[in-house]
Write a protein that binds this ligand. Sequence first.
Ligand SMILES: Cc1ncc(C[n+]2csc(CCOP(=O)(O)OP(=O)(O)O)c2C)c(N)n1
Ligand SMILES: CC(=O)[C@@H](O)[C@H](O)COP(=O)(O)O
Ligand SMILES: [Mg+2]
Length: 651
Amino acid sequence: MPPSKPQPDSTYALLGRVEKPADLRELAPEQLPLLATEVRRSLIETLGRVGGHFGANLGAVELAITLHYAFDTPNDRLIWDVGHQAYPHKILTGRRRQLDTIRKLGGLAPFPCRDESEYDAFGVGHSSTSISAAAGMAAARKVTGQQRDVVAVIGDGGMTAGLAFEALNHLGSTGLDVLVVYNDNDMSISENVGGLREHSARLVKKLQESAATESLRNSAFERPSASRSVSAEREAGALFETLGMHYFGPVDGHDTDALLAAFEKARNTPGPKLLHVLTVKGYGFAPAEADPIKYHAVPGFDPVTGATPPKKPHAKPTYTDVFSDWICQMAEAHPTLVAVTPAMREGSGLVEFQRRYPERYFDVAIAEQHAVTFGAGLAADGAKPVVAIYSSFLQRGYDQLVHDVALQDLPVLFAIDRGGLVGGDGATHHGAYDLSYLRCVPNLTLMAPADEEECQRLLSTGLMHNGPSAVRYPRGTGPGVEISGEAKPIPIGKARIVRQGKGRRQPRVAILSFGPMLAPALEAGDILDADVVDMRFIKPLDERIILDMANQNDLIVTLEDNAVSGGAGSAVNEVLLAQHDQVRVLNLGLPDQFIEHGEREELLQQCGLDTTGILSAIRKRLRARDLDTTLDNLQSGGRGTVSMTRGGSRD
Ligand SMILES: Cc1ncc(C[n+]2csc(CCOP(=O)(O)OP(=O)(O)O)c2C)c(N)n1
Ligand SMILES: CC(=O)[C@@H](O)[C@H](O)COP(=O)(O)O
Ligand SMILES: [Mg+2]
């Protein structure tokens, strides 16, 4: 049966008729402001219920409408940078009715995703990729002979990254016809920082002074009127013009007529061009305009008052809170300690640190590569840098970590948050590879705490260590272990046996757990009467404990919330292959595939990394004929062979 046609929705006079951009193009330009109001209403109503990225979406409503109106999507390519502001685009491209599934297991992806819609021209999640991708598409158009426009939309935060500048520098010299829409709301997740931001802010101020400022609505914000001084315009564009881009703007990004006129003008100017658009983060919802940091992403809220659910009393601290307390405490004792964040102050737990030690706090903007090498420079000349960074964003600073920090053996401490599965942000944001990509780097001490107290102690271990080190912890809360506050360093490379099997069961099993997997490891260990070890260090490994466990057990199980390929389990395998030849090994971790979005617990279950999945994988391995054979072999005094099984998914 053909799919039934969606019925027009009477809740929304115009939006109810828009199932795809072609419907939108049937509307008259004068109808677009009303459509914008309806898209905004839909966003507020839906995200109030289910949560998600919010403020940036409210700010990009008119942009999404007018871009789809003016350009022939999906043939014309529309690339959203980061993609956290692409909900209006999803609404207008046939996904309005599924918006309440966004970020949930099996639901809409958190960001544009090529598998989800033909309108999602490029998959995103990490920032500042859009101009490079657009340039690539424009170059592809040239060699394939396709006819299409290519448009990238990038925010002022996204524009601070080296990658964006690399792309502009290249694009400007190519002559390729690409429109870059620079969506400037003077905000990153927190306040945007840096010279480009200051330049832009000066310009807006000048425009406001040079024209009769008009308050477009009854809002806390005032934006520049259409008339502006020629010199201000020239100044605004100078940087981009220097790089070879035609500069247009700035334009009021909430004025649909102004946007359409600007697109028309840009379209008639061939070559690489940049349209500077001024918007307000949270536009149209007063609480979000007043507090864009809080409403960047929300758990849900009251659609009238904006009130968000109160924090539960006695809620456990998150690992981010644990880090936050630790770094403030350490800063008191270590006057040369400095904190570095690439634009993730809130998420990385540095709000209080900045308040107390503003002179030792560095937000370097969305610039992970620079953050890491900046840390190397700090360390080279005697400061104690703590680079607080999300696991998946550190991927961008990998060469800097290897070349600038580790190779020179510089004492930079990486506080790596969001290790393992993060939940609703999905495949782009899971910290699924850090143990793999870090454990091969010489000189680096790599640690993963199993609980809150251990997190502080390992952070201190790293801080006291005269070489590069990294402590990697997950998003959200831990098991709720009481924190002593002493944050005493742990001897490097020392694991701890948390549970000793009583030898009641045969074959005997030892579980070597890395980081937050200790809780399910212990549950499984209780049921199997297994030895359970909290490894704490991925590098250097506690080889003594590994070999003892191999000598005392028939099966070694390694457990981690990192990719099983090349992860902590692989490190254990290397030790056993080199130094032991009579033990079976089962490696459990994330499978060799990209993990989608959903609740962290749901995803862990899907990967077979909850207690049930772990037990089932171990039992399957114990039942396996080759293990029985080896056991027979061992019992009869023969030599078995070391055999590795790589797990990751459920039986
Ligand atoms: C490489 C990378 N670093 C950090 C982030 C986290 N992040 C997501 S959105 C954002 C702010 C982006 O600011 P902007 O581009 O101005 O968009 P706005 O939210 O203001 O619309 C940041 C830092 C990311 N997604 N990717
Ligand atoms: C889009 C983006 O990259 C950030 O907004 C990210 O979603 C933040 O994640 P946390 O909620 O884990 O801080
Ligand atoms: Mg911004």
